[in-house]
Write a new protein. Structure first.
Length: 369
């Protein structure tokens, strides 16, 4: 399995690895995209073999800078480990042969969908190579998975190649999962919490900062403000807490009254699930993926309307009964995103793909005879 060390994909991989190991699946994890800090190493699941290279992710500038090095590294790992299935949490290597082994490509997000949702335009010409690689990776995969149908729909809207568009359209949805969240605290404190990559315009921290100006509640935002490619985001009117150890973030979630994520682009939203399990009421950006995940158990606002967000937060702050009701509804929904369900779905997919490969190999052998 591949993963990066930058954001939610790492959390996804850690959770899934734990579930797979419990089902007797041997996992070798190839991690790239940045350094492995102490918090990540502390949370690393037992029974998983880790290999790490600080190579850039395919979506970092310049695009595809380390593609050849990463591909060679993965080829070496595959030759050494000889896995049954290659689980790729990126697109770039979906078109590699890997000795004829089954390849699963998981679509967590992509640059073109991000641009369409956040900037309302396509990326410039420098991303054309990235687009070609994504299309080839999807077309070459034996199976395409996404955490929501909205992710697949978003990709299909811009993919030009028919085979890649077909792979995205026929992909299956396996929801992400969260584990290790304890019971929520009884007494909530009067503050709004948000978490994520502060530098990422998709998280829409700017809107939350604009809305915070007219609130009696404090607004706390946890997450890294430094962009991997350089630069740092800064906002007035909110408390920027910086990147926090996961345990500290969960402790904040157990105290907060509202978790706000007015995202313009969010393929699934693991942090919202964690917040709901911790007892927060949810105020979320009104986008297809978050609607798909949360239905009618969250409060939705336009990602482009600070006044609406401010009024919504004010209304909830003044209505404790509504806060408690929404928190209960959100927590009940969040409880369905279990590691057991996620790991079982992936393990079933792996078995299915391995079975197909074995049948194909048997037919080829018989035809030669």
């Amino acid at each position: 399995m591949t993963t990066d060390c930058v954001g939610g994909v790492w959390t996804y991989a850690m959770t899934l690895c734990r579930g797979l190991v419990e089902r007797g699946v041997e996992v070798t994890l190839a991690a790239s995209g940045g350094p492995l800090d102490e918090d990540k190493r502390r949370d690393f699941p037992a029974g998983v073999t880790l290999h790490h290279r600080p190579l850039k992710c395919e979506w970092m500038q310049p695009p595809l800078a380390n593609l050849a090095k990463a591909g060679q590294w993965l080829d070496e790992l595959v030759a050494e480990v000889r896995p049954d299935v290659i689980h790729l949490n990126d697109y770039a290597h979906g078109g590699r042969d890997f000795g004829g082994r089954s390849r699963v490509v998981v679509a967590h997000s992509d640059v073109y969908s991000w641009h369409a949702a956040v900037l309302r335009r396509a990326p410039d010409a420098s991303w054309r190579g990235y687009r070609d690689v994504v299309e080839a990776g999807l077309a070459g995969a034996d199976a395409v998975v996404a955490p929501t149908r909205a992710v697949l729909d978003g990709m299909r809207a811009w993919i030009g190649d028919r085979s890649a568009a077909g792979a995205a359209a026929s992909g299956r949805v396996i929801a992400n999962a969260v584990d290790g969240i304890g019971e929520p605290a009884g007494k909530r404190e009067p503050f709004v919490l948000s978490a994520g990559r502060v530098w990422d315009e998709a998280k829409n921290v700017k809107l939350l900062a604009e809305a915070a100006g007219g609130l009696s509640m404090r607004v706390k935002i946890a997450g890294d403000a430094r962009h991997p490619d350089g630069g740092e985001a800064s906002f007035d009117g909110v408390e920027l807490l910086g990147p926090l150890p996961h345990a500290e973030l969960l402790a904040l979630m157990r105290r907060a009254s509202i978790y706000a994520l007015p995202a313009k682009y969010e393929p699934f939203g693991l942090s919202a699930v964690e917040a709901a399990l911790s007892g927060c009421a949810l105020v979320l950006g009104d986008i297809p993926s978050l609607r798909e995940v949360w239905g009618d158990v969250a409060t939705f606002v336009s990602p482009n309307d600070a006044d609406q967000l401010r009024l919504t937060l004010r209304r909830l702050v003044d209505d404790e009964a509504a806060l408690r009701r929404l928190a209960t509804l959100a927590r009940d929904r969040a409880k369905t995103f279990t590691v057991e369900r996620q790991a079982s779905a992936y393990a079933g997919l792996y078995r299915e793909l391995v079975g197909v490969k074995r049948k194909d190999a048997k037919r080829q052998s018989q035809s030669k005879e």
